[in-house]
Design a protein around this ligand. Structure first.
Ligand code: GLN
Length: 490
């Protein structure tokens, strides 16, 4: 695709222009800010637009580049960040009333890493409150709209980031994924997004939802950009004890359009009941394409424990959330209800008014599952199931380089359609949850449309096989043009 305006560029295209001094960081940043101004009224992807900070930073980066310093792939390039990742001096709200005015005194490690490359952070994106949800309708502030059809959801919880990338409000974005929150909205908005292996990217400064599941990952316009952002954010961090001290490969080296002989399996359990026929048809076409490109495809893979993933996730994630969210007591930081006659009442009122209904539902579920008498029956059982799911993936992935599934069972649903029925909402993550439970990586890439609504393909791999996933995704992307289609927003 030949981009006509600066905000339409990918990271690698913008980088080339910066290197050749054909544009500046300031021009890029201004173009993105103008785009935000033009489309935000319709899509509402952003919670905070840090215009002054971004313009000042872009100016500084331009001076730095003019002085002849080395330009790395993200230097001078404007990004938006999901509002669950701490940005020093820029509000980080988690789309919650609880943190509506919270300005972190420090940067998350991923932000430090972007800053080390002199990236330009333009603002923060809307999300489901505390990343709990699949539609971005659980934001305490406003819902975000899908740019492919404004009456539909963008997915969630990283809906703002997905929309921002798809509408060119940012050159790229960061999201976070606990049970699918990077991949599902990427599928719904037709962008590329990678959930890294658990431990690959530091969680320091990521406001915790479920610590054994949360991971930060890139949301980008193409697979090449995804590799470039991974290069920047991956790696060990002594401040996150779950981050893994594996060396980080150069993911860009994996971008070769050759998948001859790679073994790709399609697990039958992911072609679930209730899956839309168009989604299944798109997956079949995508798999045919992979086969045409030389992959050895097997439709006979089975992961029978998949059916327990949703139940296990909705015990484990809320349990961890109930512990993590105990810190919001109105004393240390964030919202404080005031007007209470004692400390218990103050805490109760703070939590009553500070948290929205979905967050309360999770805290109650988790507290129940962890309470004496139920702990063994629910929490321990769910952890045992988790181990079985993980072992099953490990075994199957000994025989295959990757597994392929749809990212979601349906195309984006209507705003409001699942809001009153938590179970229906939870089911929209049925294809992404098991991967989170197993701690393995998966990428979602654009793989077609049904009536102009996006369909995503998920490619799943062994721990630390992000390079293989990027290679398959890259080969598919080179052979198709889904990723270059843009939503019908003028
Ligand atoms: N939709 C899932 C949930 O509500 C996953 C969310 C996420 O990955 N943050 O828990």
């Amino acid at each position: 695709m030949q981009a006509t305006e600066l905000h339409q560029l990918t990271i690698h295209e913008a980088h080339e222009l910066l290197k050749q001094r054909k544009t500046s960081s300031l021009e890029l940043t201004k173009s993105v800010l103008k785009r935000i101004n033009d489309v935000e009224g319709r899509v509402r992807a952003c919670v905070t637009i840090a215009e002054d900070i971004a313009l000042k930073e872009a100016d500084k980066v331009d001076a730095y580049m003019r002085a002849g310093h080395e330009i790395t792939p993200l230097t001078g390039i404007p990004a938006l960040i999901k509002d669950v990742i701490c940005t020093k001096g820029i509000k980080t709200t988690c789309s919650s009333k609880m943190l509506q005015n919270f300005v972190p005194p420090y940067d998350a490690t991923v932000i430090e890493k972007l800053n080390a490359q002199k990236a330009v952070i333009v603002g923060k994106t809307n999300m489901d409150e505390f990343a709990m949800g699949s539609s971005t309708e659980h934001s305490a502030f406003f819902a975000t709209h899908n740019p492919w059809d404004l009456s539909r959801v963008p997915g969630g919880s990283s809906g703002g980031s997905a929309v921002a990338v798809s509408t060119d409000e940012a050159i790229y974005a960061l999201g976070s994924d606990t049970g699918g929150s990077i991949r599902q909205p990427a599928g719904f908005c037709s962008v590329v997004a990678l959930r890294p292996t658990y431990g690959r990217v530091s969680r320091f400064g990521l406001l915790a939802f479920a610590s054994s599941l949360d991971q930060i990952g890139p949301m980008t316009k193409d697979v090449t950009d995804c590799a470039l952002v991974m290069n920047a954010i991956a790696g060990h961090d002594p401040r996150d004890s779950t981050s893994v001290p594996h060396p980080v490969p150069d993911y860009a080296q994996h971008l070769v359009p050759d998948i001859k002989g790679l073994k790709i399996g399609i697990p039958g359990e992911y072609l679930v009941e209730g899956m839309q026929t168009e989604v299944r048809a798109a997956l079949e076409r995508a798999v045919d394409k992979l086969q045409e490109l030389g992959a050895e495809v097997d439709w006979g893979v089975s992961l029978p424990h998949t059916k327990y993933a949703l139940a296990a996730y909705y015990i484990i994630a809320p349990s961890e959330a109930s512990a993590n969210l105990a810190r919001y007591d109105g004393v240390k930081y964030g919202f404080s209800a005031g007007n209470a006659s004692n400390v218990i009442q103050a805490t109760e009122r703070t939590r009553q008014f500070g948290f929205g209904p979905e967050v309360k539902r999770r805290i109650m579920l988790g507290t129940y599952a962890l309470s004496a008498g139920y702990y063994d029956a629910y929490y321990v059982k769910a952890q045992q199931v988790r181990t079985l799911i993980k072992q099953e993936f490990d075994q199957v992935l000994q025989r295959y380089d990757a597994l392929v599934t749809p990212t979601s069972p349906t195309v984006p649903f209507k705003l409001g359609e699942k809001l009153e029925d938590p179970m229906q909402m939870y089911l929209s993550d049925i294809c992404t949850l098991p991967i989170s439970i197993a701690g393995i990586p998966a990428i979602s890439i654009p793989a077609g449309f049904a009536d102009n609504l996006p369909i995503g393909m998920q490619i799943i791999g062994k721990p630390f096989s992000e390079g293989v996933l990027l290679r398959i995704a890259f080969a598919y992307e080179q052979a198709t043009d889904w990723h270059s289609r843009k939503p019908p927003l003028s």
